[in-house]
Design a protein around this ligand. Sequence first.
Ligand code: AMP
Ligand code: MG
Length: 289
Amino acid sequence: MGKKDREWRESPTDTLRVTPGFSIATFDCASTPGFTGDHDDAALFMERRGVALSELQERLFAAGRSDGTRSVLLVIQGMDTSGKGGIMRHVVGMVDPQGVQHQSFGVPTEDEKSHHYLWRIENALPTPGHIGVFDRSHYEDVLVVRVHNYVEPSVWGERYDEINAWEARVAASGIRIVKCALMVSKAEQLNRLEERLERADKHWKYNPHDLDERASWDAYMEAYQAVFDRCSTENAPWHVIPADNKWYARLAVTELLTQALEAMDLTWPAAKFDVEVERQRIAHLRDSE
Ligand code: AMP
Ligand code: MG
């Protein structure tokens, strides 16, 4: 295969987007849809697209410093070991940290529990000019909460429509939502958990509780299926990313995020001063100082 062929044959924005009839049961987590290259080609592409991503992010940030009202929200969901942390480090890490507002969502605190489940999410929404990144999200309230019945089925059952309505409001307020679910296979999860045990530098990532959660794998897959069936909307579609190959998942999320920013047609904000006048002032200082 020629070098020029080792690239995106189909855009992941289209290929990975959930469409009606999508089934997680038959999804191949080891696949690399739309990308014709391998691990090494992906590294080259990441670098190239990282440059584009970084420039677009600077435009977004500059617009936010001006009169811009728009921002981006990257939502990352996935089972334990699916590579959420790697996305933060390798994808989000390619842009200027000043422009990123990162938030991880764990078990709600007592304070958070005393509010509506969307309260802490709403509080973490990105401000204009920023890329907000959610490591887990409000979807936990229809995933872990559903799997363990932390609330009655009648309660979590109403959340899908509520989440859609809330996301529609968020999108209408100028926040472009990019939702990514990293899907790792059950076999690969076991490999990754085992690897965490075998390496002292990975022990900090190992949580004995992950094995307990693994016991509910099928219930989690059902809960993810419901999320894809009910919460992939026009304004906030889900993208399901095969995550057994970390290089592919990172490349795909990079591309999704970059394309989302490209679609925003971000221009550099116009100067709020007279450029010619300022030039002349500087020229004058050069002569007089
Ligand atoms: P980690 O991402 O490894 O730091 O783990 C965070 C943990 O918090 C996961 O086990 C999540 O399932 C859990 N979690 C996140 N959101 C919620 C929620 N709304 N209710 C209950 N558990 C949650
Ligand atoms: Mg974990």
